[in-house]
Ligand binder design. Structure first.
Ligand SMILES: [Zn+2]
Length: 482
């Protein structure tokens, strides 16, 4: 373990020690059992969802449910090393400058420098370690870092990832896999399907369909997101049965997810009907859900005739025959809750970022609605099938994208009323180093207030993004003793 991470953990423990101290006197004799241990942990990530995406959605649709969550802090998202990873020329990575609240509140050029991207941010959010840009689940010296899915599996829980973009894309891959770079989609998909012990993987990347959900009958898109085209055909024909597969002359076997040493085959679902069916009743043990569309559920569909990047949402009808992110989530939870020991799941609104990169205001608002509906679905599930005393829900973003404001950087978004486009302006086509929101509810959520040791003049108390999983590692890992 590196000195820096030791220091981070020691600081985190010191911050938590008043809590532990208080409880060791208040609740004798079992001091350790008073440390919150949620049965289920759900992390929801709006990719690229800065504070002003949330503000724009609040203005257009009415306040998102996260505004009422009992714990609201901010998070710094910067990586250990920013820039672009290039295996042949590592000088393209530089130590990041961190986050300076005074600079960030007045210097727009400062905000647009040294930002993270989704792979490093996903690694930080899943392993508790800041690392270099573009990496999946490795440290700056390429050591394999344990992620939250692996932690959950190591204590007998179920684990899964759900996204509205390809399942092997940076954020879901960063919660499951390990690779020097996010661009190795085929390797990442192979790892997720045959090395991980995940019970559930849902996301786009279906090679047989385009971005409008039209069947390509033979003239397939690239199969990179699902690893390999022959594998894809085998996954379809052997759904629920086949345990060994061949990819480019190498044999791969599915893993055992339940600890009985019997390999568990993937049940592949693709149709809207099968996604709907998954939402209630009995489910297969292990599910791979790939909707009938290529890169995103809706954001990457063609623009309508009179639609522009500044148009309001929903001008062009949605792609038909697809589940919504909320329906995928409802079905996914129905799979994961089969395990009496509980589960971990990461749910991503992945295309908020894609709309932001392209400065599409209306499409961004569509993606915010999709993500907000998914949050409502999770909250309703906890209320009906679990409780806030056994489930911890954290909603956050991996980074800001687009330097989105009401006008130039730092000018507020203007609320023009419900269903009217708020005053918005993108000042960049890339990410920024701005703080993002952390909204938490349920078992142990209040611990994030204790961990928020830094203060921003605009956003208030903030944590490092790495504190989000560090707390879960403390809750689910070996007990802390003094
Ligand atoms: Zn991005």
């Amino acid at each position: 373990m590196e000195t820096t991470s030791k220091v981070i953990i020691i600081i985190a423990l010191l911050l938590l020690s008043p809590f532990l101290f208080f409880h060791s006197f208040a609740q004798k004799p079992a001091a350790q059992s008073s440390f919150p241990k949620p049965k289920n942990v759900i992390i929801m990530i709006g990719d690229g969802m800065g504070y002003n995406c949330v503000k724009a959605a609040d203005d257009f649709y009415g306040p998102m449910q996260i505004e009422d969550f009992p714990v609201k802090v901010a998070a710094a998202t910067y990586p250990a090393k920013s820039g672009e990873f290039d295996e042949k020329d590592t000088s393209k990575l530089n130590w990041a400058a961190g986050y300076n609240p005074a600079m960030a509140s007045k210097d727009s050029l400062y905000l647009r420098k040294d930002f993270t991207e989704s792979a490093a941010a996903a690694t930080a959010l899943s392993t508790g370690r800041k690392t270099y840009n573009n990496v999946i689940g490795l440290s700056i010296t390429y050591d394999t870092l344990k992620n939250l899915c692996e932690l959950a599996k190591s204590i007998g829980k179920s684990a899964g990832v759900i996204t509205s973009v390809p399942f092997s894309h940076a954020t879901p891959a960063g919660f499951v896999a390990h690779n020097k770079t996010r661009t190795h989609y085929s390797e990442l998909a192979t790892y997720m399907l045959f090395s991980s012990r995940c019970d559930l993987i849902m996301g786009c990347g279906n090679p047989e369909f385009d971005d409008n959900g039209n069947s390509l009958s033979g003239a397939w898109k690239s199969s990179k997101y699902v690893a390999d085209s022959m594998l894809w055909l085998s996954l379809k024909s052997g759904s629920g049965i086949q345990t060994s597969f061949i990819i480019k002359d190498k044999i791969y076997q599915v893993t055992d997810v339940s600890g009985d040493r019997i390999p568990d085959p993937w049940t592949l679902i693709t149709s809207e009907k099968d996604f709907r069916k998954l939402m209630s009743g009995k489910t297969p043990k292990r599910v791979l859900g790939i909707p009938e569309v290529y890169s995103t559920l809706q954001q990457n569909r063609d623009f309508g005739k009179n639609e522009t990047k500044n148009s309001p949402p929903f001008l062009k009808p949605f792609n038909p025959n697809l589940p919504t992110l909320a329906e995928m989530v409802r079905g996914g939870l129905n799979v994961l809750d089969n395990n009496p020991k509980g589960f971990f799941v990461m749910i991503e609104g992945g295309a908020i970022d894609w709309a932001n990169h392209d400065n599409q205001k209306g499409r961004m608002l569509e993606e915010m609605k999709s993500f907000s509906d998914a949050i409502d679905t999770v909250v309703a599930w906890v209320n009906k099938y679990s409780s806030w005393n056994e489930t911890l829900l954290i909603v956050t973003a991996d980074h800001e994208c687009g330097d989105l404001w009401g006008g130039n950087t730092f000018s507020p978004v203007s609320d023009n009323g419900r269903n009217i486009m708020p005053g918005l302006k993108y000042n960049s086509k890339d990410h920024t180093n701005a703080l993002v929101g952390v909204y938490a509810k349920g078992k142990g959520a209040e611990m994030y207030n204790l961990l928020a040791g830094e203060t921003d003049p605009v956003r208030g108390k903030f944590i490092q993004n790495t504190a989000i999983p560090q707390l879960i590692f403390m809750m689910w890992g070996p007990p802390v003793t003094y």
